[in-house]
Write a protein that binds this ligand. Structure first.
Ligand code: AMP
Length: 548
């Protein structure tokens, strides 16, 4: 029986990078200007490191010409594309804070984040599949008082915007870049909030450059690596672990498709000879199920990462054996910690690499505490996992009280995840304290869905839960109590009410009309019981999920 406490600090022979993101890209471009930095498969465009730097500098100068300065907020609302990467590095070079907007957001969510961040410029896709971004932006933009300019990526507005770069001399950009500090905020990533509105996790150059760099270090990245990224850039999995992880090692970013497409991902790996592939478990499950999977040549793959929600051991095994990803790892983290706190190592044995989320990242500390007392629990016991170090966000944008609820006086970020540390320092995530649903790797707080459904005139009360789902990990179920005399609502009617207003992944898959909710004596809705009932009715196993 061990009495060692569940605490670990990440040792490293390699130090933290003490530079801004732009300086890191400049170094990579100076070291190998002609090496391929970025491949956009859907359009066939290819960019060397010199091209990517030149393009990003053009974006940076055009932003300065448009009157945007360091610290101003610049939004991006688009599926993955080469321009996304140029905007990421362009804003980093001149110090504007990039605000990532989830492409699945709809009008009410866009209006909130643009207003809350006091966004000055928005880069937006014009359309993708059934999403008419231009129409949604035109509806929302007049309500955002700070918004001065919208630039539609790849359209005439984008060319016109870029053409203004000539108004700002390269020396002027160098002067602005040299004035940046690596502790400045450079990115706001909105994460779902328990309070109903998303909160803007505000991250510095130091936070995300180092996290991306060490993710790449642990995967053994170098210039010969080609990293296939079907994960979205608006999320840290794409823009930090992917883009920054690759660029900080002179590796190549490969964009297989604008949004996740399993067959296009396999095609990109085959044609581009990718060495690394990222995904949430749902993505790997879909790739393994593609028609003609066995016909794809995936032998170039060496490594990759699965993260974002619990990674089933069986899926890990198939990824290793059938996708040739012998060195594939698992990472655990959250947006507020840049994101990764633990990761498996390339030389870990199979058990550690498939059945745990790894051990603490270099230069990061973790501990596991009893949520009731805050005391660190002995190794082997369950508690809330907390993270401290360079990776902890600066705070939630403009919400100091919300920040103080999650980062304590000693600098620990309280994750809301339940974990166990083993004797060897490896960690398992066993549940969640927070009332969070993870559907296909996307976080959804029930409260966000509930608040929207409350606006339906026939809804008297509503409670939303996650129920297990073999494909997405979890699916959304809403229990609805109707107003007296209201016509019964079915799942189709609820779907119609939500479509176009809230992101599609938040729309309930199941609706159950009830007269009452199961309550505790203190009057709290017993979501655990709701989950059991619905899981039983649907015939699914309810093993993982919030414990309270
Ligand atoms: P996000 O802020 O979108 O990155 O989501 C963070 C949350 O995803 C964490 O707080 C966990 O609940 C969950 N999560 C991330 N990685 C893992 C993993 N490897 N295993 C289990 N849950 C995970």
């Amino acid at each position: 029986m061990s009495h060692r406490l569940s605490y670990a600090s990440g040792e490293s022979a390699v130090g933290l990078l003490g530079q801004a993101i732009g300086a890191n890209l400049e170094e990579a471009a100076a070291a190998h200007p002609d090496h391929e930095a970025l491949v956009d498969c859907p359009t066939g465009r290819r960019y060397s490191y010199a091209d990517l730097l030149g393009w990003s500098q053009q974006v940076a100068r055009a932003l300065l010409a448009a009157g945007v300065g360091p610290g101003d907020r610049v939004g991006i609302w688009a599926p993955n594309c080469a321009e996304w990467v140029a905007v990421q590095f362009g804003t980093a070079l001149m110090g504007a804070v990039l605000v990532n907007v989830n492409p699945a957001y709809r009008t009410s969510e866009l209006a909130y984040v643009a207003g809350q961040s006091r966004m000055k410029v928005l880069f937006s896709a014009s359309a993708h599949r059934t999403s008419d971004y231009r129409a949604m932006v035109e509806e929302v933009a007049p309500t955002v008082v700070t918004l001065e300019q919208v630039v539609y990526l790849g359209e005439e507005e984008w060319e016109r915007f870029l053409s203004r770069a000539v108004e700002v001399a390269p020396e002027e950009l160098s002067r602005v870049s040299a004035g940046l500090s690596f502790d400045d905020p450079i990115n706001i990533q909105y994460t779902s909030g328990t309070t109903g509105f998303p909160k803007g996790a505000t991250l510095s150059h130091h936070n995300i450059l180092n996290n991306g760099f060490f993710v790449g270090e642990l995967l053994g990245y170098g210039p010969t690596d080609r990293v296939c990224l079907p994960v979205p850039f608006y999320h840290c999995f794409g823009m930090v672990m992917g883009n920054l992880g690759a660029v900080s090692h002179g590796s190549t970013i490969v964009i297989p498709a604008p949004v996740f497409d399993p067959a296009a991902t396999l095609r990109a790996v085959e044609i581009e000879r990718c060495t690394s592939l990222y995904g949430v478990p749902t993505m790997f499950i879909a790739e393994l199920a593609v028609d003609g999977f066995a016909g794809f040549d995936l032998t170039s793959l060496r490594t990759g990462l699965m993260a974002g929600s619990p990674c089933p051991v069986e899926v890990m095994k198939r990824v290793r054996d059938e996708m040739h990803m012998g060195e594939v790892g698992i990472a655990y983290g959250m947006t507020e910690t840049s994101p990764v706190s633990t990761q498996t190592r390339a030389d870990d044995d199979v058990e550690r690499r498939t059945a745990t989320v790894g051990r603490v990242m270099p230069h990061v500390e973790i501990k596991i505490v009893d949520p009731a007392t805050g005391r660190t629990v002995p190794v082997g016991e369950t508690g809330e996992i907390c993270t401290r170090g360079y990776s902890v966000m600066l705070g939630y944008w403009d919400e100091p009280e919300k920040t103080a609820e999650v980062i304590d006086g000693a600098g620990w970020m309280h994750t809301g995840d339940l974990a166990v540390m083993r004797d060897d320092g490896y960690v398992n995530i066993v549940g969640r304290i927070k009332d969070l649903i993870i559907r296909g790797g996307e976080n959804i707080y029930p409260r966000e869905v509930e608040e929207y459904l409350y606006t339906h005139p026939d809804v008297a009360d509503v409670s939303v839960i996650g129920v297990p789902d073999p494909r997405y990990g979890e699916e959304i179920a809403a229990w609805i109590k109707l107003r007296p005399g209201a016509e019964p609502l079915d799942v189709e009617a609820v779907r119609r009410f939500c479509t176009g207003r809230i992101a599609h992944q938040k729309i309930p898959r199941y609706v159950r009309l009830v007269d009452e909710f199961p309550m505790t004596v203190t009057g709290k809705i017993r979501k655990v019981e709701m989950r059991e009932v619905t899981s039983r009715e649907l015939g699914v196993d309810g093993a993982f999920g919030p414990t309270a």
